[in-house]
Design a protein around this ligand. Sequence first.
Ligand SMILES: [Zn+2]
Length: 310
Amino acid sequence: MVIKTVVLLLSYFVPFIVLLLLQPSFLVASLLWLMMGFGLAGLGMSIMHDANHGAYSDNKTINYILGHTLSFAGGSVFNWKLQHNILHHTYTNIVHMDDDIADKLVLRFNPHTKVKKYQSMQYIYAFLFYGILTLYWVLLKDFIQFAKYTKNGVNPGTKNENIATVFRMIVVKLIYFAAFIVLPIQIGIPVWQVLSGFMIMHFAAGIILTVVFQLAHTVEGTSHPLPNESGDIDNCWAIHQMNTTVNFSKAASFLPGIWVDLIIKLSITFFLAFVMCIIPTSHQLLKQPLKNMVSPIWKIKLLVLLLNHT
Ligand SMILES: [Zn+2]
């Protein structure tokens, strides 16, 4: 874990330092920004996600510090924990509860909202929008989500706490833009090159992060359960997780280790969640649903998921 963390941090910051010190040609600079995009995605998938779940380390301080690697992308840890840890993991694939599957602009991620005519082309244009995800996140999403979660009560903060949270959010974003846009311009890199490179970095990170996280839930084979008349989901949480999440391409050798890490964690989550749900019943039941539900999922290849998820 430590080596992986150091490598990912270096893969994000070293290209940027080289960019500032050497001010290479636009082509080389673009490659450096691209590397930063990969580094950023890796940090998000493999460090920030785990740390903000409290799962990176037994040490709370380490989780706290590494969870704030999200600030390196200008994002808000406070919002992430509400949206991801609480809403996404508690209400996975439940429309109007899990923001990950909410309709966004021209994109539709669940079967229960109205289909627009142009969405038959979504499988093509989706990737373009995936590419602007992290940029949208830094500029707007955090503020929109914060207002929404404060209004609907997901955010339990008091008025004063909320003022402090918004203040921290703004400061993090200002520092982020100062470091990654203003600083390179100040030392003499042309504005158009800095803005183009910044977009390349975000585009790479956005596509990688969105594809990886969407493929776990928004594909054929997962379900999108609706609450019953009393507002409950029929299955217990663990079975619900099994029905709404897939594991994929575990054995694929070409995938980066960081991705495989995430997949292995999904597998462990599946297993533990399943055991939690089934232990009070018979041993035979434990075997049967695992056989039925997990095995086919292992066989799904990444390419198949990519093709059918939009
Ligand atoms: Zn998670």
